[in-house]
Design a protein around this ligand. Structure first.
Ligand SMILES: O=C(CO)[C@@H](O)[C@H](O)[C@H](O)[C@H](O)COP(=O)(O)O
Ligand SMILES: [Zn+2]
Length: 197
């Protein structure tokens, strides 16, 4: 195998996926940022969830809100539902893996909060149940997904936001999810605290 060739191919695929995504995702990223800003201005918080690499993305986003993104500003309220191993293992053990996020949302979610639900396939059962629980708690949902949106898309309400990456590969979709997360952080900071220039 020519590894240099393979590396260039992966970079090219990622760049092309991002270019395609840039052409279609602008409006939905803007809408998602406004939905999150409204939530934060109304004393709400953002709960996040996902599996595998998307669990990492959920934590990445919540830490950027809780700590900071690119500038000094007050902490913002966000919580990743992927980190409490005692809670997650007991829910999975006693009930089912599909309920690991939804049971936390039914306890912690308040009307006006936002759920950031991340799934490249849009078909992970625990993320789907999380969306249902969020709606039951009168929360709005920002969905980060890909491909055809999966079952996630049909669960979303008109007032939710869907950032659906036009790609098929899980890895490529995840790479755009991280960029979308950084766009959201940038837009949230600018809407809440103004432009730095
Ligand atoms: O990071 C990767 C692949 O890049 C994997 O860990 C991946 O996140 C896992 O297979 C997830 O379980 C996939 O779930 P989903 O994105 O379909 O909801
Ligand atoms: Zn990955």
């Amino acid at each position: 195998m020519d590894m240099q060739h393979r590396i260039r191919q992966l970079f090219t695929d990622s760049i092309e996926t991002k270019t395609r995504a840039m052409d279609v995702l602008g409006p939905s990223i803007e809408q998602a940022s406004q939905l999150m800003v409204n939530c934060l201005l109304n004393e709400g918080k953002i709960l996040t969830c996902g599996n595998g690499g998307s669990a990492g993305d959920a934590q990445h986003f919540s830490s950027e809100l809780l700590n900071r993104f690119e500038r000094e500003r007050p902490s913002l309220p966000a919580l990743a539902l992927t980190t409490d191993s005692s809670t997650i293992t007991s829910i999975a053990n006693d009930y089912s893996y599909d309920e690991i996020f939804s049971k936390q949302i039914r306890a912690l979610g308040q009307p006006g909060d936002v759920l950031l639900a991340i799934s490249t396939s849009g078909n992970s059962g625990n993320v789907l149940q999380a969306i249902q629980a969020a709606h039951d708690r009168d929360m709005l949902v920002v969905a980060l997904n890909g491909r055809d949106g999966g079952a996630m898309t049909s669960l979303l309400l008109p007032e939710d936001a869907e950032i659906r990456v036009p790609a098929r590969s899980t890895a490529r979709i995840q790479e755009v999810h991280l960029l979308a997360i950084h766009c959201l952080c940038d837009l949230i900071d600018r809407q809440l605290f103004g432009s730095e220039e």
